[in-house]
Design a protein. Structure first.
Length: 256
């Protein structure tokens, strides 16, 4: 059972595994990720994180973070220029009768934060009012409504996960509670751009050996070729007299 994570002297994330999932959602809130189910490595998209506040809420000074692990090279986010790439916007929806102007949140992006190993994060800090149950916070990463180009995805194909946590003490402490809902998006390889041929450094005379061909996208991720794979391509080898030729079908090379 995972109780908490983090490194000594740094931020601690409580996973509250002592509570069932419904209790955690009711107390601390729930989150949903809206956007494409998958994105091409190095491609651009808009991801919307929709967070419904729990009964604990967030006072002035309370914080909310969306974090991802340090190897994931999502492009930096910014709040200065809506017409530029990586624009981060925040919208708050409140129930009828609750003053929408009574709540103000300050967004920040930290390229190197203190959630270990979730070192990249977006942080929202309550600067006026309080987040209460029934409030919904929408965080748009790569907002294109102002003419921006979106948020550039990681450049390597994998499952990109996010951690969402809240800090409700309002006093700048570093004990956080993780929201229960898992969030992830699939990053898939792009179209083929190059072929990499790998061979042994040394081979034995009169013994067969293998060549390995890997097709890569523009970022070096192994990818697929649609249709017939490399029609007409065989293996290149050196003949006994120094001549070269092709061996059809990709089988072992014949003895030299």
């Amino acid at each position: 059972m995972l109780i908490s994570s983090g490194k000594p002297g740094g931020a601690q994330v409580l996973h509250r595994s002592d509570l069932c999932e419904d209790e955690r959602r009711q107390l601390f809130g729930s989150v949903d990720l809206l956007g494409p189910a998958e994105i091409t490595a190095g491609g651009r998209a808009t991801l919307k994180f929709s967070i419904d506040a729990g009964s604990t809420g967030l006072p002035v000074g309370g914080r909310l973070r969306i974090a991802w692990r340090w190897p994931f090279d999502w492009s930096p986010l910014q709040i200065a220029d809506a017409a530029a790439d990586g624009y981060l916007s925040v919208r708050v929806q409140r129930p009828p009768g609750r003053d929408p102007g009574g709540l103000s949140l300050r967004p920040d992006f930290h390229a190197r934060g203190d959630f270990d190993p979730w070192n990249h994060h977006i942080e929202l800090t309550v600067v006026q009012g309080s987040v209460r149950e029934g409030d919904r916070i929408e965080i748009n990463c790569g907002d294109r409504s102002g003419g921006g180009g979106g948020w550039r995805a990681p450049t390597f194909a994998c499952k990109a996960e996010f951690l969402v946590a809240v800090n409700a003490d309002g006093g700048g402490g570093e004990v956080w509670t993780r929201l229960v809902d898992p969030l992830a998006i699939s990053v898939v390889p792009g179209p083929p751009e190059r072929m990499v041929l790998m061979s042994p450094t040394d081979v034995m005379l009169s013994q067969p050996f293998h060549l390995h061909l890997r097709v890569e996208d523009g970022w070096g991720n192994p990818t697929k070729i649609s249709g017939e794979i490399l029609p007409g391509l065989g293996w290149m080898h050196a003949g006994g007299g120094g001549s070269s030729g092709l061996v059809e079908g990709g089988a072992d090379l014949p003895p030299i």
